[in-house]
Design a protein around this ligand. Structure first.
Ligand code: ADP
Ligand code: MG
Length: 474
């Protein structure tokens, strides 16, 4: 006698096992019955397909459907497992006695009570490989650009543990971003993580595309999470352009996609960046926006029964952000320099996501709406931006020059009200005088056309010349 196979498993090719029955064109088969050659070919095909799937087919049932999720019985899957039901994919977000609570990964148009729920065998896998360059992917890493399948890629788990703290290399070298105001004032180290804080429409996406095209990094991975669909096409075609896309991998989950898909996009992009880093590359990862990733987790947390703790954000949001950001940074080989955009509307700096991100990253670049409105692009608020690693990565003469220019800018900012009403008297403050005399030079240095990246070495030279001019004038 053949020993009983584990319930629900396909013990060996050609043997049907388990408590269920499988119906095919050849009729019903009882469990444990061996298929002999000469069986109807349709049945052989069915079995071959199942064996090729490489995983047991397990089927449960949808017992409840609500706006945000569904409940499934008859399947034993861990949280994070994926089921196919109602024509779409859903992920297990919590598990209770005898049932699983699932949320949609893809919109399922016709999900209803009584539907089959089938465990998807390759849940949590992302395809990685050199064939990803120049491609646009969805949150699960599947191509959406119509350029066919991903050549030369292999599936891997979408989660990878971050490098051990003590094995990470130290950040010592600057990574040229091609943006003068960043390279001179808030230089980015290879493996540094920066927050880019701004309201909407101030130029975050444009700045990211400038870095994607102009940085010296081998390649960029760009996650667009929670953007409007229209913006994605504009970003790809107008901002990034074909030459920017050729050295990038773009992962997209638009605002209309389920929260889980938006969250997966963040993980998928991080995993792809890790793959290229593990090959020794210096990668730039850009996530636009991290706030929308946090909002996706808020939706998921609240749906799976977590309490709203901080301004509606359930507790799981904060470890999620910390975990995601810990995966980037320096590693024993290669590095992921990361730029995370954070939405700060109405100058609300106590907003919990902004607060948390600021405490994790190694610096922040702030974009200022007033500058953007006046046509000053990139609208970087130099005085409000900080790189915590500046002292380690910028050369002493460049640092000294940046400090001198900052002092002049700060003096001018303090005297702005007086200057605006014409009450400032020349000679009252030599720093303000220098700023007024060289306003055009300052502007010329800080403003930059999107299509003209400048290497950091040239910007370092430029800031020293600017500082010398200001000092001579003062
Ligand atoms: N460097 C730039 N040069 C010229 N215009 C810019 C620049 N950056 C942003 N803009 C203008 O600002 C608008 C909004 O920029 P965008 O990057 O889409 O903002 P956000 O991503 O913050 O919503 C753009 O449509 C463009 O008109
Ligand atoms: Mg944008």
């Amino acid at each position: 006698m053949r020993p009983a196979a584990a319930p629900g498993s396909l013990a060996e090719p050609g043997v049907i096992s388990g408590p269920g029955v499988i119906s095919g064109p050849g009729g019903m088969l009882e469990p444990g019955r061996k298929l002999e050659p000469g069986r109807p070919p349709e049945l052989q095909g069915l079995l071959a397909g199942m064996a090729a799937a490489g995983a047991p087919r397990r089927t449960g049932r949808v017992v409840a459907v609500s706006g945000l999720g569904s409940e499934v019985t008859g399947l034993a899957l861990p949280v994070g497992g994926v089921v196919r039901c109602g024509g779409g994919l859903a992920e297990v977000v919590s598990a209770g006695p005898g049932s699983l609570r699932c949320m949609a990964l893809e919109p399922a148009a016709r999900l209803q009570v009584g539907d089959d729920a089938v465990a998807a065998p390759d849940s949590g896998l992302v395809r990685i490989g050199p064939g990803l360059l120049g491609r646009v992917l969805d949150g699960l890493g599947r191509p959406i650009d119509g350029k066919g399948p991903l050549a030369g890629t292999v599936p891997v788990d979408s989660h990878q543990a971050p490098p051990e703290a003590l094995e990470r290399s130290r950040i010592r070298e600057q990574l040229s971003t091609g943006v003068r105001a960043i390279d001179a004032f808030t230089p980015l180290g290879r493996g540094q993580r920066m927050g880019l804080f701004a309201g909407s429409g101030v130029g975050k996406s444009s700045l990211l595309s400038m870095v994607a095209r102009g940085s010296e990094a081998a390649l960029s991975v760009i996650a667009l999470v929670g953007e409007r669909g229209r913006e994605v096409r504009e970003f790809l075609e107008d901002d990034l352009g074909p030459e920017g896309l050729a050295r990038s991998v773009v992962v997209v989950a638009t605002s209309d996609q389920p929260a889980l898909m938006r969250l997966r996009a963040a993980r998928t992009a991080t995993r792809i960046a890790e793959h290229f880093r593990d090959g020794g590359a210096d990668v730039v990862l850009m996530m636009d926006s991290l706030t929308r990733v946090a909002m996706a987790q808020r939706e998921i947390g609240l749906t799976s029964g977590e309490p709203p703790a901080t301004r509606g954000y359930p507790p799981s949001v904060f470890p999620l952000l910390a975990g995601l950001l810990e995966r980037t940074g320096p590693a024993p080989v290669g590095s992921i320099t990361a730029l995370y955009t954070v939405l700060v509307e109405g100058d609300d700096h106590n907003e919990p996501v902004a607060d948390t991100v600021r405490s994790i990253v190694d610096g922040h670049i702030v974009l200022d709406r007033a500058l953007a409105v006046s046509g000053h692009y990139p609208a970087i608020d130099v005085l409000g931006s900080v790189s915590r690693l500046e002292s380690r990565i910028a050369s002493p003469p460049v640092r000294a020059a940046a400090t001198a220019v900052r002092r002049v800018m700060a003096a001018r900012a303090q005297a702005r009200d007086l200057i605006d009403v014409g009450a400032y008297k020349a000679g009252a403050n030599p720093l303000v005088d220098a700023a007024l005399r060289h306003q055009a030079d300052l502007d010329a240095f800080l403003r930059q056309d999107m299509d003209h990246p400048v290497p950091a070495a040239v910007s370092g030279q430029g800031i020293q010349e600017l500082a010398a001019k200001l000092a001579a004038g003062a």
